[in-house]
Design a protein around this ligand. Structure first.
Ligand SMILES: Nc1nc2c(c(=O)[nH]1)N[C@H]1C(S)=C(S)[C@@H](COP(=O)(O)O)O[C@H]1N2
Ligand SMILES: [Mo]
Length: 162
């Protein structure tokens, strides 16, 4: 059985459990075949957040998007309005899985994000290892670092070998 790598739930008409194949089958108009075109430092194939919201039949009442990474217990909640038309989920590299080293199996990415800790949609909100997208009316759980020390500590942990 192909593995579920992403769930979409909360304020949606149709909660989804998606495999990489499911993501690849989303309408071609919602596929970004090379995210390098959005940002030269990024690589892989992505599907637009819009495509996923439409697949899950997101409720018009939904105001917040919470990106959950169970793997390392990292979570970010951002106003849906701010990311609806530009957020993408990177899910594949060279036709295979997106490796952990690139934040796979699924990584959220917003081109033109703000610098770390400067806004709701900052670089820190580019959540790696996302396994669940949650739509809600109120802001969801968010444990992005709140001050420079916490942020520094997180980066040291992320950049540590092994
Ligand atoms: N799951 C997860 N995603 C995460 C983080 C994390 O610790 N865990 N750190 C965030 C922070 S603080 C930043 S600045 C960016 C860094 O992305 P990069 O390693 O691709 O440069 O990832 C974000 N996504
Ligand atoms: Mo960050």
């Amino acid at each position: 059985m192909p593995e579920t790598i992403l769930r979409v739930e909360g304020e949606v008409g149709r909660p989804c459990e998606l495999t990489r194949e499911d993501l690849a089958r989303i309408d071609a108009a919602e596929q970004v075949t090379d995210v390098g075109r959005l940002d030269a430092k990024r690589k892989g194939a992505a599907v637009t957040l819009r495509g996923l919201l439409s697949l899950a039949n997101a409720s018009p009442e939904a105001r917040w998007l919470t990106l959950h990474a169970t793997a390392d217990d990292f979570h970010a909640s951002v106003p849906l309005e701010a990311v609806r038309d530009r957020g993408v989920l990177i899910y594949s590299l060279d036709g295979g899985e997106l490796p952990l080293s690139s934040g796979g199996p699924v990584r959220f990415y917003v081109p033109d994000h703000a610098a770390c800790q400067s806004a709701d949609v900052d670089e820190c909100a580019n959540v790696k290892f996302v396994d669940r997208l949650e739509l809600s009316r109120e802001r969801g759980f968010d444990n992005r670092p709140e001050d420079e020390d916490d942020h520094q500590a997180l980066h040291e942990k992320q950049d540590a070998p092994g």
